[in-house]
Design a protein around this ligand. Sequence first.
Ligand code: TIU
Length: 237
Amino acid sequence: MTPLTIEAEPYPFEFKPQKCALLIIDMQRDFLEPGGFGEMLGNDVSQLRQTIAPNQHLLAAWRGAGLQVLHTREGHRPDLTCLPPAKRIRGRAPKTIGDPGPMGRILVRGQNGHDIISELSPLPSEPVIDKPGKGAFYATDLHAILQNRGIEQLVVTGVTTEVCVNTTVREANDRGYDCLVPEDCVGSYFPDFQVWGLKMIKAQGGIFGWVSHSDHIHAVLSNLYSTSIDTTDLALP
Ligand code: TIU
């Protein structure tokens, strides 16, 4: 069987479709939409909004290929019992997590601002992981879900590159997952952090994983059923 490979740095990524999930990190209104928590902190949301179209396109192709998708949201219980006091007061902003904001209480589960942007709405079959921290593995059942579904590889997209995407890739790497990050599908409020956040992943022979572009993923997905590869392991449960 010819292995499927996705062009990537530091070297081609050996793609096992049935064992690879698309993990979309924190594409939430509070981070991406004007008037949300991110902009309230003085950030330029246009940097993040550039990732919406590439994520929509990749999500559509991934779903079209019948592969697994998961989404995450950063946020807290309405009673804030999962919010560390240190996180609540960090930044010394006039408004913080749990306070009323323009899209409901800031980063509180169930509020409009906490939810995923409509362009990338999860399907009922796609698990949504509510996480209290930056990493998607900390204090969540993500690892159990991935293990139960036979996932060994992750394509990680979303925001922000140097915060929740990087933290999640590092957590995943330590748990034995191979991670591929398409650079056009991740975004940072800070252009230089975007560059360095990606360099940190692929440095030293892929210390945390691989960096690619969604064009290279599309090239492989579009060929998935039209080449001579052995597709017997592509059927999902
Ligand atoms: N999802 C995520 O990255 N949460 C953040 O708080 N990111 C910032 O860059 N602040």
